[in-house]
Design a protein around this ligand. Structure first.
Ligand SMILES: [Zn+2]
Length: 235
């Protein structure tokens, strides 16, 4: 996709129209109600992945209940992002140290000095919700996306098996658990689900969600892709 300035501007205008108050699942995604909701402890969903996700970055300014959400143009549009640039400046000012722990400590202080500038990252997967037999979007954290990637590297055919993601209620990187379900104990796709799979069009999905395709090397998001499940988005 070619991102012209007008596309970027219209994306910004779209976001601004709906600000400032935001509740996850209501306003943030263009896909609205098609997002699976697993924000409470014990919530879970069994799903089949249809294609690679879109990476969506947002900057969250303000505080809980009154978030001012700004799209990250670096992650979403491969363009210059003023907020990320502010983070880069303070990161570059971190003194050199041999100790990883010391660096991490200084990095946290640097991030806190520019609140909101560390983008929250969501990986928007097109899925079949095996519980409802319907199409849905699953906004995965970086941690879950990395677990799916790890399955792929182990040789799992990730588009042919079901996964179960559970909100454990824990803090940090254990907030969401991902389980690959043995196909021997998984219901085969129904006629309805097979139709969703064969009619799925990636270009239509692109219109439904924000962000850019999760292509290797397509977007320089690696510097912010450390596993931090409960830090990806602040709710
Ligand atoms: Zn940014």
């Amino acid at each position: 996709m070619v991102y012209t300035q007008s596309v970027i501007k219209s994306a910004q205008a779209q976001k601004e129209d709906t600000m400032p108050s935001i509740d996850f699942g209501e306003q943030l995604p263009k896909a609205g109600g098609t997002y699976v909701n697993i924000k409470n402890a014990g919530d879970k969903v069994q799903f089949r992945i249809l294609a690679k996700p879109f990476v969506e970055g947002n900057h969250f300014f303000g505080s809980a209940g009154n978030w001012d959400v700004q799209p990250c143009l670096r992650i979403n549009n491969n363009a210059d992002c003023v907020h990320c640039n502010r983070l880069t400046v303070v990161k570059k000012a971190i003194p050199k140290t041999e100790s990883k722990e010391e660096y991490d400590r200084l990095l946290q202080i640097a991030k806190k000095s520019v609140p909101g500038c560390d983008p929250g990252i969501t990986f928007n997967f097109p899925i079949i919700n095996r519980n409802t037999e319907g199409f849905a979007v699953y906004g995965a954290t970086t941690g879950v996306r990395n677990k799916i990637d790890a399955e792929l590297k182990l040789g799992t055919k990730v588009l042919e098996v079901d996964f179960l993601v559970l909100n454990t209620g824990n803090k940090g990187k254990d907030k969401f658990s991902l389980t690959r379900l043995d196909s021997a104990f998984t219901r085969p796709l129904s006629e309805k689900e097979n139709a969703i799979k064969s009619n799925f069009v990636y270009a239509d999905f692109e219109k439904l969600v924000d962000g850019s395709p999760d292509d290797e090397g397509a977007i320089a998001f690696e510097q912010n892709s450390e596993v931090r499940d409960d830090g990806d988005v602040p709710f």
